[in-house]
Design a binder for this molecule. Sequence first.
Ligand SMILES: [Zn+2]
Length: 569
Amino acid sequence: MEGDASDPIERSMNKLCPMPGCRVKQITRDDPDLLSITAQGTRPGGRCPDCGCASRAVHSCYRRRPADLPSLGRAVRVDLRLRRFYCRNAACTRHTFAERLPELIRPHARRTSRLAEAQARVGAALGGEGSARLLQHLAMPASADTVLRLIRSLPLPEPEPPRVVGVDDWALRKGRIYGTIVVDLDRRRVLDLLPDRTAETLADWLRGQPQIAVVARDRSTEYARGIGLGASGATQVADRWHVLVNLRQVVERWLAGAQARLRRLPLGPGTSADVQTGRRTKAFARTRAERAARVGRRERWVALYEEVRRRHAAGEALQAISRAMNLAVGTVRKYAAAESFPVPEGRPLRSSILDPYLVHLQTRLAEGCENALALWREVRAAGFPGTAKQVQRWVAEHRTTPAPSTPHQWRTRSPVPSPTPAALGCPPALPSPTQLAWLLVQPSAALSVSDAALVARVEQDCEAARVAGLARRFSALVRGNGISQNADPNAALRELNTWLADARRSGVRAVETFAAGLEQDGAAIQAALTTPWSSGQAEGQITRLKLIKRQMYGRASFDLLRRRVLLAA
Ligand SMILES: [Zn+2]
């Protein structure tokens, strides 16, 4: 063994620099940044790799110079002196064979196995290019291509056989190529990535794991079929998160159809106009240039809108207009149907410290006060903590005449304020169907005052009230299971059946279709309400997967991406 050196210096060197299968003879610093460790093999003989016969007959000596793990910031190279043995088996075609050190290095490798593993681990975390840059600093340089090759040769972890898994799809190329992620819901780790989302691929994977008892999935029929094929004994659970997304989509589709009718609804009973006119539809502009750009953008869109209306009135087909004007068909359809230029609905806005004072500012502006400093003093007295600049910006966007201090170049391009809906005598605009659908499926207690007023306004329409009521009941039913695990499962099922019956009789087609779909997926939906499993955590894993995918500059091959995700699991 390597410990039999008699020299105490050699003994301590061997303790400090363990080289399995070798004895360290010398450590030198050839270069300011390079340590050389001279070592030689210690086994008395070896076995022929072809015939397996043992031999101690030395044929010759040879040297290998593999790189090893760095030491104290310096790269390390091992000067390995190894022997070659004769194969004495007359029946064997091989005459000689080299001494092997399986614990230290693979045949023909240019780095020790432990260095290769360290470089591959860095590669799995950072990708080829990133790790090539970092490894240079860590005194174990390797090219990006080498790192990728090392990642490919790293053994994948072998997780314990899962009992409860969740499956979900993820985009390798958005809109074109989708894969499947399989997650162990008990241990919260990724088990595998599959290259597509077909039933057959999933079934094949599941057949290799016969112990699986529960599979949580989205509402896709393809996964349902795959689980039926590959794990027919397992309980299928419709994922609660996906069921709620489906519900919201149904409400959204219904709202899109009813939008024109709902928009004409007056403000809700008991709502002062202030609650809704105080809502902003866009963020505050920060600079004059931003305001001017906004006006310019709006003018361009209004011109496009008018062109669409003109072509549509002349009898051109929507598709043809879309092609000729290079506009999305959805936009063309919206413009063709709108009597006036539809105000675009932006993203939900972050609240501003100025928001509570907008009603006051609007009132004062309507009275004719356009002096921003005076207005700032008024709202400051009422408790506004911000600066005069913020009030100035707001006034700049809403004033009717340019301020005396406005430089000449900006006067001509000063935005003309669009009349507020209230000034035109029509009720304020509604948020988009997507935003409104969010509000309608929330529990009433979770809504802010202005959102509750909006919901109350929409629910004056009796069909809207019916849809929203059913949506809220269903989402409470699904969420209820997520929150309290000890709820009586039979009560939940009874409630589900009542809900389904009400939905089937609701007279709203979108809701009836949704209920029919739930009934068709009956067992999985019931399991969603009575078992704790949900593949919600797969969403979190998909977020991590996307992060790794982006690090690969969107050029990830499926195989490499899969390895990196599984090595990080
Ligand atoms: Zn042999």
